[in-house]
Ligand binder design. Structure first.
Ligand SMILES: [Zn+2]
Length: 195
């Protein structure tokens, strides 16, 4: 009985060993299949690429180009749309990437491309007053640019403004309309005349 039991035990062990061999062979087959797939992979991707190219849209002649400006200082977003410049017509997204900062392309389709620019300034809806040599000037930002245009300038006598006012103006004092900026400037100028 004891011997039979041992034989059975051996039999079980043998079976288990056989099972591990089967598992081992299975893994070897998997590895071989993986290696085969890896070797085949370049061919597979080559087959896929023409399909991708066919799916990849190009910019149509009738497409519109929208510039979306995100103004960081006032959080306003302004857009302007124009006809697609000839230089971009017929380009794929990848080709456009080569001509334009890639992260600015926020929408791309055959009919419309949106380019987003983040501008570290106020949008043109605001007027900003600064102190300049001998006076005060009011600026308005140009659309889509961090450049500003001088809208108005006023002469000021030295000492016309309080120190706090001068400090505010040295950083730029923001107004939501030209009228508000003008009213502020007029008050400062009259203050200067009075003094
Ligand atoms: Zn704004």
């Amino acid at each position: 009985m004891k011997e039979t039991h041992t034989i059975r035990k051996d039999g079980v062990r043998f079976f288990m060993k056989k099972k591990w061999i089967v598992v081992g062979v299975f893994f070897l087959l998997c590895a071989a299949a993986g290696a085969y797939a890896a070797v085949q992979a370049p061919d597979i991707s080559l087959e896929v690429q023409p399909a991708d190219a066919a799916d990849g849209e190009y910019i149509a002649l009738s497409a519109k180009l929208t510039y979306r400006y995100q103004y960081l200082l006032c959080a306003h977003v302004l857009e302007e749309t124009e006809d697609m410049p000839a230089a971009y017509v017929g380009s794929t997204r990848q080709e456009l990437h080569e001509q334009i900062a890639p992260d600015s392309i926020t929408q791309f389709s055959k009919g419309e491309v949106v380019l987003t620019r983040r501008l570290n300034t106020y949008c043109p809806a605001h007027y900003v007053a600064y102190l300049e040599e001998g006076g005060m000037a009011i600026y308005q930002n140009l659309l889509g640019s961090e450049e500003a245009e001088r809208v108005l300038a006023f002469g000021l006598r030295a000492g016309a403004l309080s120190l706090a006012e001068e400090q505010a103006l040295s950083r730029g004092k923001v107004f939501s309309s030209l009228e508000a900026a003008q009213a502020y400037a007029a008050k400062a100028v009259s203050g200067a005349e009075a003094g």
